[in-house]
Design a protein around this ligand. Sequence first.
Ligand code: MN
Length: 313
Amino acid sequence: MSNVVFKVSETIMQEIKENYNYYHVDQQPAGSVFVAKKPGCTITGYRSGKVMFQGKNAEEEADKWKSRAQLEPEKQTKAPAHKWSPPQHIAEQSIIGSDEVGTGDYFGPMTVAAAFVRKDQYPLLTELGVKDSKHLSDEKISSIAKDIISIIPHSVLVLRNKKYNDLQQRGMNQGKMKALLHNRALLNTIEKLSNKPYNGILIDQFVDPSVYFRYISSEKKQLTSVYFATQAEQLHLSVAAASIISRYAFLRELDQLSEQFGIKFPKGAGKQVDEVAAVLIEKEGETALEHCAKLHFTNTIKAKQLVELRSNR
Ligand code: MN
């Protein structure tokens, strides 16, 4: 049985609580805000701000929220150092970094990018505005991305919703999907370097490294000489650039989906998302969700409930 715990802000706690409304149970341990029992996973929120996921689907369930926890660096407890931690002066090296986007968003794909940044490109990239993408608006992300994609070798992979849902229904968790895409994006980028030298590879850590290596163990080519760090976009601009490029790809895909369905799809997995999903079901039928949303999120159940409520009115 696995167990995942992390800290979130009050707002996110409320969002998580509401997300599992359907599964709330009455018995609550001391210090808890809510307990939700979903098949395969029990979620407990505590007044301390900690959320605990327990059960065989704990990792997968926690994955939906992990990125939200990272949105609040002041509340995040740093992952302990391990043998894959990057060296102290990594910012003075030429590194291939990787990061993913869209894992906590109900609508839209999951995107993963890897990017190579030479140490001598730091001033130029800084000048172009490359930094931690969490501090950048969508407009800024797009304009920076357009500037840098022609300058730095990179690879961006888009896992669209239909494929994502198929993999998920066949039992693959989100962590494994991420791992496979990181490995592949990094390999693609190395290939683009065509033997130009680099000092190392840095992955923005989303899972314990040992679990990462298990996830990619069935791949023909596995990159195992890699560093892992949480908030790695602050450690090297290659990860910040990868983050910007993957977010740009995500935003573009989300725009295309919005255009295709004639509905503006919001980011995230909150209440507004349930509303929009309900509108989509009413307009196009339930099957439309397969092509634009991550079906296993609780938003699916809530949207269906909304549709039913309205049809009974
Ligand atoms: Mn990340």
